[in-house]
Write a protein that binds this ligand. Structure first.
Ligand code: ATP
Length: 320
């Protein structure tokens, strides 16, 4: 299907006869592929005996649609799209173990077993969200992966800003919020030994066309469409995030990353409630250390260091 879609995307009239020769398949098989695209929402005109012409493209995650005009050096140079998977992180971890390369991107239009931190679930109903996982093979010590997790949130926040104009912010450590509600969760998983990192899978679930927020997350969640008041392109969001990944890499190399993270933070300077295992305390989120640890000044004036992974941080008045 990809060769035909790529040809249609170039604007040319795709001749069934020519394609059946180059692909070595029958014209009926070509017709079936075109029908499959139509069923997926593509508007394709049949122009007499000349062939097929693309009229409009639906907002679905398919490799040629994401690759067209992406323009990145390495992020998303290899793209694999699924209609439905249990978890894009799980699929990409398997691919990583089999040798997939740095920058491989796995996308799904639906996830049936999406995961958040600490074994919690992530909802990705069909065609409403982006489920994406990017493979990184960074040359860093395992201790620096926490910083990479902050970097992932900078890339997603920047990408959402660039694609939508929304003021996307980061709720420490790495939830992306718009107007105080969560539009995206991020989960990094790694394979490492004591000295080095073999790979990191950086996964993000972004709510795009979710207009009926499921009951269990209604208080804390929103979507890009709801915040923008119009339909946002999932394809453009994915492309913008991939470009922002490379921009964020530059920030890390230049040493200006932390100041950008701070500018995008919705948590810093705000009163927060830290919900750790067996204990909850409140204070002001004062700063974030280079290793990603959040420093909270409590009411008694002492500072406490909070590690991502162990806790939930909430605003005192609401989610942020
Ligand atoms: P918090 O700090 O909000 O407690 P977390 O960072 O621990 O969240 P994640 O691991 O990012 O949470 O995500 C899991 C949680 O996110 C779930 O328990 C659920 O409450 C919420 N959630 C699940 N699906 C979605 C979604 N599509 N949009 C927003 N929130 C969701």
């Amino acid at each position: 299907m990809d060769e035909i879609l790529t040809a249609l995307l170039s604007g040319e009239i795709v001749s069934g006869e020519k394609f059946s020769k180059t692909l070595g398949i029958t014209r009926t098989a070509i017709w079936k592929k075109v029908s499959g695209l139509r069923e997926r929402g593509f508007e394709i005109e049949s122009i007499g005996r000349q062939g097929y012409r693309l009229v409009s493209v639906p907002d679905v995650l398919m490799t040629p649609l994401i690759a067209s005009g992406l323009g990145t050096k390495w992020a998303g140079r290899q793209i694999i799209c699924y209609e439905t998977v249990d978890s894009t992180n799980r699929v990409l971890k398997t691919m990583a173990a089999e040798g997939a390369e740095h920058g491989t991107l796995v996308l799904a239009n639906e996830q049936t077993g999406g995961r958040g931190r600490r074994g919690r679930g992530w909802l990705t109903p069909k065609d409403t969200s982006i489920a994406m996982s990017l493979l990184l093979r960074p040359e860093i010590p395992p201790a620096s992966v926490a910083l990479l997790s902050l970097a992932a949130s900078v890339a997603v926040a920047k990408g959402i800003r660039q694609a939508t104009g929304l003021t996307a912010e980061i709720k420490w450590p790495n939830d992306i919020v718009c107007n105080g509600k969560k539009v995206c969760g991020i989960l990094l998983e790694m394979d490492a030994n004591e000295q080095s990192v073999n790979y990191v899978v950086a996964g993000a679930g972004i709510n795009v066309h979710l207009t009926e927020i499921p009951e269990e997350i209604r208080q804390t969640a929103t979507s890009l469409d709801l915040e923008c008041g119009h339909s946002v392109s999932r394809i453009e969001v994915v492309q913008a995030v991939m470009r922002a990944v490379e921009e964020t890499e530059q920030l890390l190399q230049k040493g200006t990353f932390m100041s950008v993270y701070e500018q995008l933070s919705a948590t810093l300077g705000h009163p927060v409630s830290v919900q750790a295992v067996g204990e909850t305390f409140t204070g002001i989120a004062e700063r974030i250390k280079e290793d990603g640890v959040l420093v909270v000044r409590t009411e008694s004036g002492e500072t406490r260091e909070v590690m991502a992974g162990d806790v939930s941080v909430r605003g005192l008045m609401g989610y942020v």
